[in-house]
Design a protein. Structure first.
Length: 165
């Protein structure tokens, strides 16, 4: 169902793109835009809950934040937001209550190399959180799962890119 919704929404676009990792790609999975449709967000939350019912969720800005907030609201649990930069406001990279030392399930919209998630894992661990699992909407299957596994984190995906094409 989620796969069909994303295809219908044209959430995976073909063209020439530069990804966050710096890699060039012939396609782009635009989950951020797709999540602005409430029926797609509801389906993503439903699919995540089939995999796991986390106690605390966290995600890197921007792509993961709407999913993290929606999931936390649905489950009535706390959440953490990991900023990419800390150059304004309180100048914190971690927003939320990490001092509670929670077990955090990281959420991501799309994983390619896993670099962004690994930075988030390291930041959370530096703040005394435990991170053993991450869930992504789409795994591009370009090394992210392996990188995270090497660092003690299991990546679970709602879809793999091969499911879309």
């Amino acid at each position: 169902m989620l796969r069909d919704m994303l295809i219908r929404e044209n959430a995976v676009k073909r063209g020439d793109f530069t990804l966050t990792s710096g890699k060039k790609s012939q396609y782009y999975a635009d989950i951020k835009d797709a999540c602005t449709k409430s029926e797609i967000m509801r389906e993503i939350i439903k699919e995540i809950k089939k995999i796991q019912t986390p106690e605390v969720v966290g995600g890197v800005e921007l792509g993961a934040v709407p999913i993290v907030v929606a999931l936390a609201y649905d489950l009535k649990i706390p959440y953490l937001i990991i900023r990419k930069e800390s150059n304004h406001g309180m100048k914190k990279l971690l927003v939320g209550h990490a001092e509670d030392k929670p077990v955090v399930t990281l959420i991501e919209d799309v994983v390619t190399t896993g670099g962004s998630l690994l930075k988030a894992v390291k930041l959370l661990r530096e703040n005394h959180c435990t991170v053993k699992e991450a869930i992504t909407v789409i795994d591009r299957e370009e090394g992210g799962k392996e990188l995270l596994r090497e660092n003690g984190v299991e990546l679970k995906s709602l879809l793999k890119i091969k499911d879309i094409f």
